[in-house]
Structure formats: C-alpha cells, structure tokens
Design a protein around this ligand. Sequence first.
Ligand code: IPE
Ligand code: IPE
Ligand code: MG
Length: 246
Amino acid sequence: MDLAERIDKGRIPRHVALIMDGNGRWAKQRGKERVFGHENGVEAVRQTVKAAAEIGIPYLTFFAFSTENWCRPPREVSTLMELLVNAIREETPELNENGVRLMAIGNLDELPKACRKQLQEAMDLTAGNSKLTVCVALSYSSRWEIAHTARLLAEKVSNNEINPEDIDQEFFAKHLQTSHLPEPDLLIRTSGELRVSNFLLWQIAYSELYFTPVFWPDFRRKHFFQAIIDFQRRERRFGKVGEQLP
Ligand code: IPE
Ligand code: IPE
Ligand code: MG
C-alpha cells in the first residue's frame, strides 16, 4: 500500500518545519567533499515540496543556513551560497507554475548581493501564489530573531508608537519574522542529531518533534510521509488532560 493512503486527510499538519542535516556526512561516506552532499540535498528539497503539495500541506519551512554556519570554512560557505542562487533560479519557474509562494526569514542583509537579488526576484514572482508557502530560513537563528524583535519593539516604545503594556505574547509573535506563518505543527530533523540548533525556538513551543537517522540527501517522499503518519498518531494536549480534548 502506498504510504499516502495511510495519511488521514482530515488531520494534515498546517505547517511542517525541517532541519536539513547530514549533507557533509553523506558526502564523506562516499569519499567526497562536503559540498557534494549539499549539491545532492537539492533533490530532497524538491521531493519534499512535491510530497507536501500532494497531501495539501499549506506551509513548509526549510532551515537552509544558520547564523552559526557563517563560521564554516569560507569555501564551503561560498559554495553553499552559489548553490542557493542556482537552485532558486532553476526551481522558481516550476514552483510558480505549481502555485508555490517562496518566502524567506533570517538576516537576509548578510547574504551576498547575487543571492539576495535572486531571492527577491523569486519572492516577487511568486507573491500571488497561495497553494503552498515555502519559507527558507537563511542566515537565520532564533536567538537573533528574538533579540531583533525585542529591539524593534523597544524602538517603537521610545518613539511613542506603542506602550510597554501593549507587549504580550501575541503582540510579540506578530513582530517576529514568522508573523505570516502559523506555528509549526511538526518539526523534522534528519541525520540522527537530537537537537534544535537555534531554529524557531519561540515558534516550536508546542510542535511535535520527529527525528530520523536518514541523511538529508537521502530524504524522500516516503520518509516525509512516515513523519506525517507518526505525527498523526500523537495526542497533542497543549497542557490539558486527554479527556478535555475535542
Ligand atoms: C546540513 O548538512 C546543511 C547545512 C547545515 C548548511 P551539514 O553540512 O550540517 O552536514 P553534517 O551535519 O556535517 O553531516
Ligand atoms: C543546523 O544544522 C542548521 C541547518 C540545517 C541549516 P547544523 O549542522 O549547523 O547544526 P549543528 O552544528 O550540528 O548543531
Ligand atoms: Mg550538520
């Protein structure tokens, strides 16, 4: 039986976030350089987007490059940036045809100019699409995002635009970069690492976490669907007791 048939279409997660990890180890296993793993990770992104569209997931967020990743060897960083520009250039027409909207979060000002330009063009082109929103986290770290938001709100207070009493959880969340996205229902991390690595810390307060040993370049439709099926078996209580749930 195809895995898709085991998915409950009435309980599809609205937002799935993915930490794409294990490219370097995947390449090393094959006696290749780390960047070979990054190159082969593009196909996994393509397949994941297709699989999400197939079952009607409306939001996906991919952790593609962290603030901390800038500290990697310069050659790896520059190859990753080039790969990113090429992937966006090559994939955008098809994404657009399929009703996918592309968005980005992170400190985008730090990206090389060519990368920012390609990204902006893709975001502008797909801005009217609404079937599936694909958000890419680039030069992103959650602590950076939260500190950035705190500063933004402090500036608003000092300019008398808002009062300190206006700031509550909901207000704060509306000023995060993810304000246009629902909170992730499910967070998937590949490569067997059991950590969150500074990704969406505020937003995953009640997300279900799913870890798989599969390295990102090997991640396919069936792995994605396995994660969704696992997610659907869980009871999300949000602090309540099981009997109180609908
Ligand atoms: C994930 O794979 C890609 C990025 C973080 C950019 P890694 O490059 O972290 O691969 P491993 O974890 O070293 O195997
Ligand atoms: C997390 O992976 C960042 C991305 C997937 C972009 P890392 O490989 O950078 O995380 P650590 O260093 O193992 O925690
Ligand atoms: Mg890694």
